[in-house]
Design a protein around this ligand. Structure first.
Ligand SMILES: *[C@@H]1O[C@H](CO)[C@@H](O)[C@H](O)[C@H]1NC(C)=O
Length: 369
């Protein structure tokens, strides 16, 4: 009897493991985040293709890795809501045309005698243009302020569906305008700003700067003011960034996540991919505009499967070919999330590795840090 029972359960278990579970996981993912953009019933045929099911299940299971950040999650949650920590920062300052909020973390030198104006880091978080919030990065911003002896601004921006990529670029520009107009209240050096971004945030840092250099009308900021803001950006540091949207779309396609991803929606469709790609945008700048592009440093983990290292490699090649100063750091064994989560506490594995690169680059472009 036991033998028969075993023979009956085994195929059932195998069926559940290799068919029912993957199909359920990937259908729920597509139901939640978007079906393939094929007409009528064809989208379901596309959605049910075994390769798509296999890849999507893999992508979902890869997200189980985030469970390792459980402890860190509680650390940043409790740090952020503890009022005793308010001496380190000013939270929830409203800025810009869409009323987003930013947090400001003080440099450790703030309030000490003989402190001059303090350089400013604007940290732009990632989250595939469709997720993320500033409070998540409180521990990172705190460490960054200490490591770099700078004040750190962490702005929210209008992630999709609240806004599209152009709105996000406008929001990041607005956060820079906020620094320039209100910095003196906090002893900030409004002419000494470095942008640091992760993933989609690195894309937004590069794109915002290039839009400002070009002086595009869609920012709805006066040309002279755009020029002033550009001059105050002394450097950009991109962590695991996306710099060519079409290349990244191809990579998403390979992982079969292109329809569940927010990217194509946030970019207003494939026809705008080139317009919002820093690698492409650079090619249409003339000599005098190229001269005004600040130095750029690119850090990328070689174990990154979400944004492959080729993204930073290609961007650095384009920058080099146009004689824009660029530094490229390929970091072995590092993946897409560790490059940023490990900056949240000094005991984390890659903390010193990544901060050493960031410090070195900051020293090149702003004075005291
Ligand atoms: C570069 O382009 C800008 C904007 O189109 C223009 O104002 C400027 O004169 C151009 N500079 C050169 C050197 O061509």
């Amino acid at each position: 009897m036991i033998g028969i029972k075993y023979h009956a359960t085994f195929p059932l278990a195998a069926g559940a493991l290799f068919v029912a579970i993957p199909y359920s996981i990937s259908l729920v993912a597509q139901w939640l985040y978007g079906w393939p953009n094929k007409p009528g019933y064809k989208k379901y045929i596309e959605a049910l293709k075994p390769r798509r099911i296999y890849c999507l299940t893999r992508a979902v299971l890869e997200m189980l890795k985030y469970l390792q950040y459980g402890k860190l999650y509680f650390q940043w949650k409790s740090w952020y809501k503890n009022v005793n920590n308010n001496k380190h920062c000013v939270k929830g300052i409203t800025f810009g045309r869409r009323g987003n909020k930013l947090d400001l973390y003080h440099s450790p030198s703030m309030g000490q005698p003989k402190t001059g104006l303090i350089p400013v880091i604007v940290f732009v978080y990632g989250g595939a243009w469709g997720s993320g919030e500033r409070s998540t990065y409180c521990l990172l911003a705190l460490q960054m302020a200490q490591e770099l002896s700078a004040s750190v601004i962490c702005p929210d921006y209008s992630i999709y569906p609240k806004g599209n990529v152009l709105n996000m670029v406008q929001d990041i520009s607005d956060s820079l305008i906020w620094v320039r107009e209100n910095g003196h209240f906090f002893n900030l050096d409004k002419d000494n700003i470095v942008l640091i971004g992760h993933s989609a945030g690195a894309h937004l840092c590069a794109l915002t700067t290039l839009f400002l250099v070009e002086g595009v009308d869609e920012l709805f900021i006066e040309q002279s003011q755009q020029r002033e803001i550009t001059n105050s950006i002394k450097g950009i540091i991109g962590l695991s960034g996306v710099y060519n949207i079409m290349d990244h779309y191809r990579h998403e396609k390979m992982r079969a996540v292109e329809y569940v991803s927010t990217m194509h929606k946030a970019m207003d469709g494939i026809e705008n991919f080139d317009y919002y790609s820093p690698t492409v945008l650079l090619q249409r700048l003339n000599k005098s505009q190229l001269k005004r592009v600040p130095p750029i440093a690119l850090l990328h983990g070689t174990n990154d499967i979400i944004v492959p290292v080729e993204s930073s490699l290609k961007f650095s090649e384009v920058l080099t070919s146009l004689s824009i100063p660029v530094a490229l750091y390929l970091l072995p064994k590092m993946d897409h999330t560790k490059i940023v989560t490990d900056l949240m506490a000094p005991e984390r594995h890659f903390y010193h590795t990544v901060f050493a690169c960031i410090k070195q680059e900051c020293r090149k472009c702003i004075k005291p840090c």
